[in-house]
Design a binder for this molecule. Structure first.
Ligand code: SF4
Ligand code: FE
Length: 481
């Protein structure tokens, strides 16, 4: 396994084409806007090397028998799935943000299932190819970006009917040694902190869309791939020098638009090629795994609850019964999210290839709750914190020889707590509910791994309604047994 330092050094060797604020980013690793997100991914290596977390953060490869980072592991049991949930919460609580590495883990596990299934149906050899690729990822302890979401253009039209045919990523040429692809993937979490990018289709497809039914993996710096960084609310605070106004002084996440401009993919890295009838299964399997992965939000919720309790104490309001009740409510919501992720893991099942997959219905229920509860928790945290969270002057004003004394004096709460510490915890709540981390904690909770309606469709499809009606009708005397 790599150390965090080796991970950072390995990123320095990549030649990524990254653009931000209209300019090419020459030094991605040290860029102050991007750096906190690299720190968060590096922490997946830090905790894996810590003996206290070995059981959660690492696993034994079913291929090599060697100990590997759990983020590169293929789940071999429901116990592995439960540990994956616990790993998400653990890292969320240590970083207070999106640590980005789950998408690759979920893509690898989904592909292990679907490449096997395609081979069974078509006599192809995708699974062997995929296993060779997986061995390389595990040996080198790589970070993979799992790239699913296409720009999608007009939502009412399938890929082949889009006025611009590139709105879904597609095959534009077949060559002797591989294929050429064009298109883009949007909202790519952790893209520029990744060694590899694993592309999958984003929706179920019909025969007319077969050129769009493609899955493959490429090194993240393959020729023709360009990254355009997404902005985050308050992102330029990272350029201001101090740490107070950042809220979280170490960690953050990032998303990027990844453009593929006629990129060559060798055959040994192609895992689906026009088998359109398997696009839907790959999407649903990846989505189910990733809906389980949102246990990360429980860890970030732990940080938010800790911050809300702390600010209540700093404000001198922690003994008020309504404040205590709001903190209880936050804990109730957060642990309910944890229950959903644990439940879909514990109720997982073995697929034909041997990989364990989560219970689809419960994974969708878990994620549906994630689209709501972090918003409720953010509201409660802002209620407990008070309006100062958004009206507080800057760190520079706090440090100013002219205004500092007034900021110090008038923003004092509980006399035993420094004004600086009160400001720091307020800024952390601001960061989590309105700032850079709110991308991951709120909007990503809404739309990441599929928007709320996607889960409702899956819930409707997965529940056994006939069984429910049978019980009701029997008890009411409509059905005689
Ligand atoms: Fe992992 Fe959560 Fe970030 Fe998705 S949002 S990559 S599950 S930490
Ligand atoms: Fe996500």
């Amino acid at each position: 396994m790599m150390t965090p330092k080796e991970y950072e050094d390995s990123l320095r060797k990549l030649d990524l084409q990254v653009y931000m604020f209209g300019k090419r980013v020459e030094n991605v690793v040290d860029d102050p806007i991007i750096r906190p997100s690299m720190n968060a991914v590096a922490y997946t290596y830090t905790l894996a090397a810590d003996p206290a977390y070995r059981d959660i953060m690492t696993a034994v490869s079913h291929l090599s028998g060697k100990r590997i980072n759990r983020f590169t592991h293929i789940h071999q049991s429901t116990d592995d799935l439960v540990k994956k949930t616990k790993m998400g919460r653990l890292l969320g609580s240590h970083t207070g943000c999106c640590f980005q590495r789950c998408v690759g883990m979920d893509a690898l596990n989904a592909l292990s299932i679907v490449t096997f299934d395609i081979d069974q149906a078509h006599g192809t050899s995708y699974y062997t190819r995929f296993v060779d690729y997986l061995i390389m990822v595990q040996e080198r302890d790589l970070v993979c970006d799992g790239a699913m979401t296409d720009p999608k253009g007009d939502r009412g039209l399938p890929p082949h009917k889009q006025p611009d045919p590139d709105m879904f990523l597609r095959v534009v040429e077949e060559k002797a040694g591989g294929i050429v692809v064009r298109g883009a993937k949007a909202h790519q979490t952790g893209a520029v902190n990744s060694h590899e990018i694993i592309v999958m289709p984003t929706i179920s497809m019909r025969e007319e869309d077969r050129d769009y039914a493609v899955s493959f993996a490429l090194p993240s710096d393959a020729p023709g791939i360009t990254y355009i960084m997404g902005r985050q609310s308050c992102d330029t605070r990272k350029l201001e020098g101090g740490t107070m106004d950042m809220g979280n002084r170490f960690f953050g996440g990032h998303e990027a638009l990844v453009v593929f401009e006629d990129v060559f993919v060798p055959w040994d890295r192609v895992f689906m090629y026009k088998e359109y009838e398997f696009a839907g299964k790959l999407v649903e399997t990846f989505a189910s795994y990733h809906r389980q992965s949102y246990a990360c939000k429980v860890g970030v919720g732990d940080v938010l609850i800790g911050a809300a309790q702390t600010v209540a104490e700093y404000n001198g309001a922690d003994r008020a019964s309504h404040i205590k009740d709001k903190i209880i409510e936050m804990n109730h919501l957060n642990e309910t999210l944890f229950c959903g992720s644990l439940a879909c893991a514990a109720e997982g099942h073995r697929e034909a290839c041997g990989t364990y997959c989560v219970n689809t219905l419960l994974a969708n229920v878990c994620k549906q709750n994630v689209t709501r509860f972090p918003y409720d928790m953010a509201r409660l945290a802002q209620d407990v914190a008070g309006g100062l969270m958004v009206t507080l002057p800057s760190e520079t004003d706090f440090r100013s020889p002219v205004t500092g004394k007034w900021v110090e004096k008038y923003f004092k709460g509980n006399a035993s707590v420094s004004t600086e510490n009160r400001m720091r915890i307020l800024r952390l709540i601001e960061n989590l509910t309105l700032g850079t981390a709110a991308v991951g904690y709120l909007t990503e909770s809404m739309h990441g791994a599929g928007s709320p309606q996607a889960q409702r469709i899956m819930i409707a499809r997965q529940v056994n309604m006939a069984d429910k009606q049978k019980h009701a009708k029997r008890l009411a005397g409509i059905l005689k047994d």
